[in-house]
Design a protein around this ligand. Structure first.
Ligand code: NAD
Length: 432
């Protein structure tokens, strides 16, 4: 089977590479010609563990190619995935212009029956809207099916999440399209990955509901963490104990500087905007967004409490990306934290294993160093912002000796407070 994937970002590239690995013939299309040139030369535009090997292997086998030629890609493909961005607009609703543009191109170049699949996270009703749009834009009347197949991959673990999903959601009322999608996903079917067949609208809502629920867990545990600080107990004790209840589960109960990334902030806003559109309240989601905004804002005052007046103080930041194992800086807490530190007169030095180039684009005032030890040299405080595994086993005695004053704001609770205090650090975490 030939498929086309339109949009070669995190989702499109992983989708294309993984389907090629399943033995499907894949053409990945993007309007960004520089990205396509880099990919065609075997160079990855993003950092995602295992992706480069998968792309290289499948390009060499001839099953995966990259192009800006959407016409040829659409003509050859039976299934066309739309995996373009849906960034938030100022009112919180997603910008659908990229999806519309991609759908128009598909309509223009259709030469037979096609299954058109939204992988992008889109508002409820987008599938039906695209059906009308494509009908109107078609040159000649050709049949097609519309499927919503939301993507649940996590950056940093994207390939595993695609290859071993908790479930695959397929929303459509088109039986032929569903049969083709089942065939395409056959390797996952054989591995007994659960398939959930729904209406278009239910599939579209599922993606927002899933992300909003996960974001709720994060805001919830952050609220409990703040309460723990006032009570004087450790949020990890509470999180572990509630997480053992299988109805609650232990995942996403890790306190920190608030959620970021390209999905949770955008998708919670979008769900609230969907509720407004349908005349419904979104009280829980609104609270989740507000708790997160406050949590992010509370981090610099926390650091200031530890360090004192920030003017002229040197702060070393370890971790910049919004989470470990990615170089994605979209909506990263580090951006807010560093911007505020700079505004308050601090000098910022930073290190991240993979995202310093991306960070320098948004935070050019920061001095970027080659490793953790260089970053902390002569610093008045060390702030952990992203919980990279390599930060978990640092030589903390060496760090203490390199710093001007041994102070740590551990916004990811990487280290044990008692251990750090024993080593001579003044230490604060989140909710401990
Ligand atoms: P991205 O910004 O990394 O990539 C989007 C790509 O689409 C870009 O390379 C862009 O040049 C390309 N593009 C835009 N318009 C185009 C057009 N008309 N034709 C061809 N290419 C075009 O986005 P992403 O992070 O991969 O997210 C894509 C969608 O998937 C979004 O709706 C997002 O919400 C959703 N999603 C993302 C994740 C994630 O972890 N990043 C997870 C699940 C779902």
């Amino acid at each position: 089977m030939h498929i086309a994937v339109i949009g070669t970002g995190y989702v499109g590239l992983v989708t294309g590479a993984c389907f090629a690995e399943f033995g499907v013939d894949v053409t990945c299309v993007d309007i960004d010609s520089k990205k396509i040139a880099r990919l065609s030369a075997g160079e990855m535009p993003i950092y995602e563990p295992g992706l480069e090997q998968l792309v290289t292997k499948n390009m060499q086998s001839g099953r995966l190619r990259f192009t800006t030629d959407i016409k040829q890609a659409v003509e050859q493909a039976l299934v066309i995935f739309l995996a373009v961005g849906t960034p938030p607009q100022t009112d919180g609703s997603p910008d659908l212009s990229f999806v519309e543009a991609a759908a128009r191109s598909v309509a223009e170049h259709m030469n037979g029956y096609k299954v058109i699949v939204t992988k992008s996270t889109v508002p409820i009703g987008t599938g039906e809207y695209l059906r009308k749009l494509i009908r109107e834009e078609q040159k000649s009347r050709l049949n097609f099916g519309i499927v919503s197949n939301p993507e649940f991959l996590r950056e940093g673990a994207a390939i595993n999440d695609f290859m071993r999903p908790d479930r695959v959601v397929l929303g459509s009322r088109d039986e032929e399209a569903i049969a083709i999608m089942r065939d395409l996903y056959r390797p996952l079917y054989l591995m007994e990955a659960p398939f959930v067949l729904t209406s278009l609208e239910a599939a579209e809502l599922t993606k927002y509901a899933a992300n909003a629920f996960l974001a709720t867990k994060i805001s919830f545990i952050n609220e409990i963490a703040n309460l723990c600080e006032s009570i004087g107990c450790d949020v990890h004790d509470v999180a572990r104990a509630i997480g053992m209840d299988r109805r609650i589960g232990s995942k996403f109960l890790h306190p920190g500087p608030g959620f970021g990334g390209s999905c949770f902030p955008k998708d919670t806003q979008a769900l609230a905007s969907v509720a407004r559109e349908f005349g419904r309240d979104s009280m829980i989601v609104d609270a989740v967004i507000e708790v997160n905004r406050r949590q992010r804002q509370a981090m610099v005052p926390k650091i200031e409490k530890l360090v004192g007046d920030l003017r002229g103080k040197t702060v070393a930041i370890l971790g910049l990306a919004f989470k470990p194992e990615t170089n994605d800086m979209r909506e990263a807490p580090a951006i807010d934290i560093i911007s505020e530190l700079l505004k308050r007169g601090a000098i910022v030095r930073a290190y991240d294993p993979v995202s310093m180039k991306e960070s320098a684009d948004v935070l050019p005032e920061v001095t970027y160093l080659d490793d953790e030890y260089e970053a902390v040299t002569n610093a008045d405080a060390l702030v952990f912002v992203t919980e990279w595994n390599q930060f978990r086993a640092l030589d903390m005695s060496r760090i203490r000796d390199l710093m001007k004053t041994p102070k740590i704001a551990d916004l990811r609770n990487i280290y044990e407070p008692a251990d750090m205090r024993e080593l001579g650090f003044e230490y604060i975490g989140v909710g401990r």
